[in-house]
Design a protein around this ligand. Structure first.
Ligand code: GDD
Length: 370
């Protein structure tokens, strides 16, 4: 028989606990539940003990003080793995995770190691959530996906099921997150370990009683951790450094041009000096860009043949410039958009972005592929 444990962390959930346990057992029958309570001042722990004393399916783990969602799950999973459960589930106590989704989540484990209850795939949604929570959740998922390369849509949700062997391999005891970033860290680890992850659509509803424990500290922790983890990934670090080097190159170009025009190549001293000033400033900017990318962005993959690398760098940079020109040509001539704003958007916004993408890819895959 497959043994399942549902881990429910609680902090001040006295109004929600009896209802959620009743609904969990209605949905799953004999499934065991572990309540991990952090000495809730409202008496949730005592109520949990009382419910456990009359129902052998209910277990309680008391922790001395409030120590975050991540800490509660780490303790709960360790408790379940030590008792050889086959499948472990995480879910909120407040009714926002509908126990009616439990059978689908558990069934998904027939074909996967991790089943993620997802609000942001077809068929899933969040009901009654204020706009700021919706934006925070979607924005957080998008940022984590971008920084960490996670492919799932709902990265922050806390309604998931794990096969015990996968959970053992992920080894939550080594996770560092205290708050909600625990969810992101778990998913990232599972994906990195090559576990099969399936998203199952869920409807998330606003909690029935009490208040959310979401705080600015929790958001800051998640943001800081995802940024730190992301920056440790070579691709993200390279993209950010490439942008930094590009900005320095632009500054060199603008500052040099204006300095020359104000001094030795002023309009009074040299009537046709603007062109010469631009040639010098652009040349210096290209050299700054090359050195910055050679010794900083792509330092670990720079070539030993410096001359060849410099020539290829010039060619790749010209290709990037060409992308901007082609964008301008398409909008100005093919689409007939002749206003100054349209020219500026196509050349300096879309063209610049496209040109930068072309340059980044060609630098990474060809110029500095030493
Ligand atoms: N033991 C313990 N200790 N439990 C906690 C703690 C803690 O420090 N902090 C929160 N909990 C419990 C709550 O009592 C609840 O059962 C569950 O964890 C979720 O906390 P809420 O405060 O209700 O979370 P939420 O509704 O704002 O956030 C939901 O969305 C987040 C982002 O999408 C949750 O589903 C989170 O898991 C999710 O990351």
């Amino acid at each position: 028989m497959i043994r399942t444990l549902i881990v429910i962390p609680t902090y001040n959930e006295v109004g929600n606990l009896p209802g959620i346990l009743h609904r969990v057992h209605n949905a799953t029958g004999e499934t065991d539940v572990l309540i991990v309570d952090d000495s809730s001042p409202d008496g949730t722990g005592a109520l949990a003990d009382q419910l456990a004393s009359v129902d052998p399916r209910i277990h309680v783990l008391h922790r001395a003080q409030k120590d975050g969602l991540g800490g509660a799950y780490r303790a709960g999973f360790a408790w379940g793995l030590a008792r050889d459960y086959d499948r472990l589930v995480e879910m909120d106590a407040d009714g926002s995770h509908d126990p009616a989704h439990l059978p689908a989540l558990l069934e998904a484990l027939d074909d996967a190691d991790v089943a993620v209850g997802s609000r942001w795939i077809d068929g899933g949604r969040a009901e009654g959530w204020p706009l700021h929570r919706r934006l925070l959740s979607r924005g957080g998922s998008a940022y984590a996906r971008l920084m960490l390369g996670i492919t799932q849509r709902d990265v922050t949700g806390g309604f998931r099921a794990y096969r015990a062997d996968a959970l053992r391999e992920i080894d939550p005891t080594h996770l560092v997150s205290q708050g909600y970033s625990f969810q992101i860290e778990m998913l990232w680890r599972a994906a990195n370990a090559g576990h099969r992850i399936i998203e199952v659509p869920i409807t998330f509803v606003e909690r029935l009683h009490g208040t959310s424990k979401m705080s600015s500290t929790i958001v800051t922790e998640a943001l800081a951790r995802v940024t730190r983890w992301g920056l440790a990934r070579p691709l993200i670090r390279q993209i950010l450094t490439f942008i930094g080097v590009g900005a320095i190159g632009l500054a060199v170009d603008v500052i040099t041009f204006n300095l020359l025009r104000a001094t030795i190549l002023s309009p009074e001293a040299v009537p046709g000096g603007a062109l010469a000033a631009k040639v010098i400033s652009v040349t210096l900017a290209i050299v700054a860009n090359w050195l910055g990318n050679r010794y900083w962005t792509f330092a670990e993959q720079r070539r030993s043949d410096v001359g060849r690398e410099a020539v290829d760098f010039l060619l790749a940079s010209a290709l990037g410039g060409l992308a901007s020109l082609v964008t301008l040509g398409v909008s100005h001539y093919a689409l007939g958009l002749h206003t100054a704003i349209a020219d500026n958007i196509s050349a300096n916004v879309i063209g610049l972005a496209l040109g930068s993408a072309v340059r980044f890819i060609t630098y990474r895959e060809w110029v500095f592929a030493g």
